[in-house]
Design a protein around this ligand. Structure first.
Ligand SMILES: [Fe+2]
Length: 264
């Protein structure tokens, strides 16, 4: 059983994210890697790595949100509602157990789907661009990204701006919805000057992240396709709470962090 230590919870509180290694079920990861190829663009061949580099060919771009393909992104959402995909990530006993450590036992909504398998194709000869962050505006509490294959350094890992959750949390008019304050852009510019952390890792590694942390999909200068599964944990009372203004104590809704009893 994988669980969070107090140090883990404190790290998350301070930094806004947390990596846990080798958590996901290997059989379900293998199934996800197989399932992914059912949605592949015709010219990308699983067994010919030289075909993997992006961008997606113009004629193979796809606007269908269930299997969106454009540029270097391939977001295969179609299997996200399949029972085994939910067991791979959201309801995996270890992932779920740790999410409950943050948000309280019995408090989480049951998923009806996970986001799906999000891929970043290798950039090939594409020049590097500055890495800049954004904040998600849809209502949820705790994000989790899981890697179902190797994600080497500079291989498109989920990228976070540590501690930015403490700034961005107050740059929205409500706790969980998307309306930004007038100061948001200023804060964004400030955060973009701060150092970021690119979370690289291996199959089964997961990254928990606070819903208001600045983040980005990393650019992929590796030779492999960055394959990640994503889910957003929501508490059962999210609908009642989402319109409330940000609280003075930004951890009010996080029993696991309240229980730390630290004064930071
Ligand atoms: Fe995002």
């Amino acid at each position: 059983m994988v669980r969070l230590s107090n140090e883990d919870i404190l790290f998350f509180k301070q930094e806004g994210y947390l990596i846990k290694r080798k958590v996901l079920n290997p059989d379900l990861m293998a199934r996800a890697r197989d399932r992914l190829w059912e949605g592949a663009p015709p010219s990308i061949d699983r067994y010919a790595p030289e075909t993997w580099a992006g961008p997606i060919k113009k004629e193979e771009e796809c606007e269908d949100t269930m299997n969106r393909k454009a540029g270097f992104r391939w977001n295969f959402r179609e299997p996200g509602g399949e029972d085994w995909m939910m067991r791979l990530l959201a309801t995996d006993p270890n992932v779920w157990g740790m999410a409950e450590q943050f948000l309280g036992e019995g408090n989480l909504q049951m998923p009806d789907r996970i986001r799906g398998i999000y891929c970043t194709l290798p950039y090939g000869d594409e020049p590097e661009k500055p890495t800049t962050c954004h904040v998600d505006g849809h209502p949820f509490h705790l994000g989790v990204v899981g890697y179902i294959d190797h994600v080497p350094p500079r291989g498109g890992g989920f990228t976070v701006w540590p501690k930015s959750h403490r700034k961005f949390y107050y740059e929205f008019h409500s706790q969980y919805k998307h309306e930004r304050t007038e100061e948001y852009d200023e804060t964004l510019a400030l955060v973009n000057q701060m150092p970021y952390v690119e979370c690289h890792g291996g199959p089964g590694d997961i990254v928990f992240w606070h819903h208001r942390i600045g983040h980005a999909a990393g650019q992929n200068f590796s030779k492999q396709i960055r394959q990640a599964v994503l889910y957003d944990f929501r508490k059962k009372d999210l609908e009642q709470m989402q319109e409330e203004p940000p609280c003075e104590d930004m951890w009010r809704d996080w029993p696991g962090i309240q229980a730390l009893n630290d004064d930071d």
